[in-house]
Design a binder for this molecule. Sequence first.
Ligand SMILES: Cc1cc2nc3c(=O)[nH]c(=O)nc-3n(C[C@H](O)[C@H](O)[C@H](O)COP(=O)(O)O)c2cc1C
Ligand code: SF4
Ligand code: SF4
Length: 266
Amino acid sequence: MEEVERYHKVVIYFFSLTGNTLKIARVIKKVLERRGLIVKLRQIKKNITIEEADVYGVGTLVMYLDIPKIVRETLSKIPKGAKVFCFITHGGVPGTALYTMTKILKKNKCTVIGAEKFVGYDSWTPYLPFKLQWGRPNEYDLKKAEYFGLKIAKMVKQKKTSEEKVKLNKLLKIFYAFLRFVQKKLLIPKIKVNKKKCRKCLICVAKCPINAIKVVEGYPQIPESCERCYFCEKVCPSNAISCNWTLYRIVAAFYVPLLKIYWKRR
Ligand SMILES: Cc1cc2nc3c(=O)[nH]c(=O)nc-3n(C[C@H](O)[C@H](O)[C@H](O)COP(=O)(O)O)c2cc1C
Ligand code: SF4
Ligand code: SF4
């Protein structure tokens, strides 16, 4: 009990659009609480201030084979020397995400006490018709989250913590960077607001996870800083933010079935 009290507060920051990462974060929170720790869950937002804590957790969805900029910024704000665990949820190709997280933390002289990836159904708009990883995180993933939570609880209580290392092959890094470039520069569509359809309800403004949409004459305006998560397109009740996914869907039709076969065997 003495050891638990020395590290009693854990804050878990999470970035989740459709709830997969939040589900995992909640399981980890529960496990840590069962082990006597005080745990707070905090959604990652623009200009977030980091609370004081003994241990931090950061969880995010994977976007474009890496982590969103807002998560990078949050990771860099974590106090130097802190003990941190990180986790991601992904739809099948996690890319450099976990590697990037640990790299930022190490640059900040933090001790990475755990790093884990979990599968979540793929919420990437052009993949939705393929129902990739449908139903996940499932019981298996939630169990894995429990084990991860137990591992973290053990690390928190230990006097000496061993550091988690995430390695990534150099060639793979280059390959992922190339894929990211193709996706972002050639395949993803522009986000446009159709003023004729827009009812000025501003739901998109309220739901933008990075709080980036400006309002001009009552209409939403997509800013330069947009993370291209397309969540605004998903939540608009009037289909006023409709993007042209044709090219991406055609390309995806070639490789997504292969991804499905790959994941069926795992
Ligand atoms: C814009 C966007 C890009 C994505 N890119 C990837 C990716 O490169 N690799 C991957 O495995 N999953 C990718 N995904 C899928 C998500 O990482 C996955 O569905 C995740 O579990 C969603 O978590 P959430 O429900 O917490 O938002 C992407 C999803 C979105 C919305
Ligand atoms: S959610 Fe759709 S209808 Fe509402 S303000 Fe945004 S674009 Fe317009
Ligand atoms: S795609 Fe839409 S919801 Fe996502 S960051 Fe850009 S403006 Fe915000």
